[in-house]
Design a protein around this ligand. Sequence first.
Ligand SMILES: *Cc1c(COP(=O)(O)O)cnc(C)c1O
Length: 289
Amino acid sequence: MWIRRDDLIDPLISGNKAYKLFYNLIEARRRGASTLVTCGGAWSNHIHAVAAAGSRFGYRTVGVIRGEKPPKLSATLSDAERMGMVLHFVSRMEYRKRGEKDFFSRLDLQAGESYFIPEGGGNLLGVEGIQLLGEVIEDTMPVKFDQIWVACGTGATFAGLSLTMDRVRVIGVEVLKAGDSILRGVCEWGSRLRCANKLLDVARVDYRTALRESLIGGYHCGGYARYPDWLRSFHFDFEAETGIPLDPVYMVKVFNGLSDRISKGEIPIGSRILVLHSGGLQGRRAYIK
Ligand SMILES: *Cc1c(COP(=O)(O)O)cnc(C)c1O
């Protein structure tokens, strides 16, 4: 097993969020935007990365945060504020409407010339940034990997890799109860990207079936950010044995899933597996003091 340490690519704009932001930042610059607007929860890795990107590349940033303002900000949000992000709290009910067309204009963010990045960086440019990562992996892999394992939140990372890499099977571990929403998202991004690059024909039924089989749904441990005690034990054992830090929301679930599949004999002996460490370590502070 190999681990690609994208948690180490940058101290602040880390992991898969860096790739998802890459083309978005270029596009914001091209449009002459002065402000980046985005949204997320109190421990969001994406909020943290956008705040850092804004301060490094000279954008004002506005974060629309799910839930009422707490008496004490989470470590993630205090970092974001320190990096200059203006936080705008909305109730959970209001936050659910974030997909609506005039959601952000209704909030009166006074954001000037703003460029909007959706939650988690999960837009088409985000997926294209991940495709760049896929190309890098394919061009530089030291051996031919049989599988590459990644965590799935919005599924943008899984989509970008599976839509790019045709020599390696990409396996996505869903960290939340996603139903078939991740699969649908991947197919939609795939058909939109098909115009831009003709790598894979996602309209094909067999391709859709292959994708479904590559998304693993049984390891969310009860839902997003659920972190039962037994998972914590697995987490601590993993870190003690390997010296590699994991976050409790994404990476620990990937390694638990992989370890479970290996112990059940479902992965052929001799398989060469790459695990993408997609970062998220700032969020560790929510669980581990
Ligand atoms: C955001 C995040 C993910 C999820 O990526 P998606 O592209 O939304 O599926 C995975 N791992 C880490 C560490 C993250 O912060």
